[in-house]
Design a protein around this ligand. Structure first.
Ligand code: SF4
Ligand code: SF4
Length: 357
């Protein structure tokens, strides 16, 4: 195998950062890139992903490092100054932080939509070059996924990975598990490779490249409280509300408790009450503040009292607004997407009523 000349910079590594959204396949893409380095490029490589809440629609980052075989990878921290920055969805551009650490050695690839004006992309200076690819359109046309289209585009921009090697790593990853999907995915890679194009013109006003974290050693509140909750839907950390939430239809609920014993984040609020004239623990609804949208509760509910809802249809100041289609149902407003029954509010209400808590 001919030795690859890696375009490394100061760190001695070629470093890639994937900026993505849960559900677009960046995690798998990072794994494939890591294996590509070792199996087919005769490099040392390492890759890992970072995702806070496991939630479809929330930010995911992937970090990949390559270096020559003579050098070892002893760094296992996130990539802060990427040689290649890959943005899987244009919604992420709303967050200037995706560009953090870019410099004159950084090439960027942005997934754009069909018909999107590239002038409005707000690519910051300094940056070596910016490329765009209509990843979603290609993925739909080839029956593949955005991650493989981006993989093809990356191979082209990196310049040291041959298309055949990328095809091979895709076949290794998907061929056995999803043989029927392989043809479309290889087509997606090919079109990503062929259709990624460099854009000219930059808007240096757009974003600041280095963003200091809001809270740090010197500025964090005393007492170890984290005021920026990462694992909630009420805190809008997501660049794009594409995820799902469970909707609770209280009148269908038989209070079996399956959701409560399944939910990993103890979102359900049960309290003593009456159900069909019998005293029992009654489901009061969800505390969305802690819900990460995994929908395990929807799967487990035996009577469809929990159904899948589109999160973006229930926005509103950190809480959820009622779904108008369901407003005719009794009790829906009290315990539903707008219910926002927190343990604190529940207990406060009980105390005000003078009841047992
Ligand atoms: S699993 Fe369904 S029926 Fe059972 S308590 Fe939960 S919401 Fe109610
Ligand atoms: S989707 Fe359901 S199971 Fe998952 S965290 Fe939310 S309430 Fe719990």
């Amino acid at each position: 195998m001919e030795k690859i000349k890696l375009p490394v910079t100061g760190s001695g590594y070629y470093e890639i950062r994937l900026e993505s959204i849960g559900g677009l396949g960046a995690n798998l893409c990072g794994k494939m890139l890591g294996e590509l380095g070792v199996k087919y490029l005769d490099l040392n490589s390492a890759s890992f992903s970072s995702y806070g809440s496991e939630k479809t629609g929330t930010p995911v980052k992937g970090f990949i490092r390559y270096c020559d075989k003579e050098k070892e990878i002893r760094v296992h921290s996130p990539v802060t100054e990427p040689n290649l920055l890959v943005i899987f969805h244009q919604a992420l551009l709303k967050d200037g932080g995706v560009w953090a650490g870019c410099n004159e050695n950084t090439e960027a690839i942005i997934a754009i939509e069909e018909g999107q004006e590239t002038d409005a992309l707000n690519v910051p200076d300094p940056i070596k070059a910016c490329h765009v690819v209509k990843a979603q359109k290609i993925a739909m046309e080839t029956h593949s996924r955005i991650n493989v289209v981006m993989l093809g585009a990356m191979a082209r921009v990196m310049g040291f990975a041959a298309l055949e090697d990328v095809n091979q790593i895709c076949a290794d990853a998907l061929g056995k598990k999803y043989p029927d999907a392989l043809k479309g995915n290889l087509e997606g890679i090919k079109r990503g490779y062929e259709e990624v194009k460099r854009i000219e013109g930059k808007d240096s006003q757009a974003v600041s490249l280095k963003q200091a974290p809001k809270w740090g050693y010197e500025t964090a509140p005393i007492g170890g409280i984290n005021p920026q909750f990462g694992n909630t839907v009420a805190t809008d950390l997501s660049p794009s509300r594409q995820g799902y939430i469970p909707l609770f239809i209280k009148e269908r609920c038989i209070n079996c408790g399956m959701c409560d014993s399944t939910c990993p984040d103890m979102v359900f609020q049960f309290a003593p009450g009456l159900y069909k004239g019998k005293e029992m623990m009654v489901n009061q609804g969800l505390d969305y503040y802690h819900c990460k949208g995994c929908l395990r509760c929807v799967e487990v509910c035996p009577v469809n009292a929990l159904v899948r809802g589109v999160e973006s249809e229930h926005p509103g100041k950190g809480y959820f607004l009622p779904n108008k289609d369901l407003l005719h149902m009794p009790d829906y407003i009290k315990a539903g997407p707008d219910g926002y029954v927190t343990s604190e509010s529940y207990l406060t209400e009980k105390r005000m009523e003078g009841g047992e808590v």
